[in-house]
Design a protein around this ligand. Sequence first.
Ligand SMILES: [Zn+2]
Length: 94
Amino acid sequence: MKFPKEINAYCPKCKKHTKHKVKAVSKGRNRSMAWGNRQHTRILRGYGGKVAGEKTVKKQGKRQRVMLVCSVCKASWQRVIRGRTREKIEIKTG
Ligand SMILES: [Zn+2]
């Protein structure tokens, strides 16, 4: 699925529609020593009732995100494009 390089979108900082540059979102690495992950492995050992372990059902497709950067105030945020899709997003060049 192709997505344009620049779009007209609402900027909450400027409080109006402005031109936004579109960038790809890079996902950070998972931190195995983060508090939440340590807690999860601790619970999976068997103490503290029923917990969600490994997921048995996998979702079909992922939510594709793009980063929007306002050309006026340079503020940026993410936007989800459509729902879940199997296609990856490509940002148009040229
Ligand atoms: Zn703005």
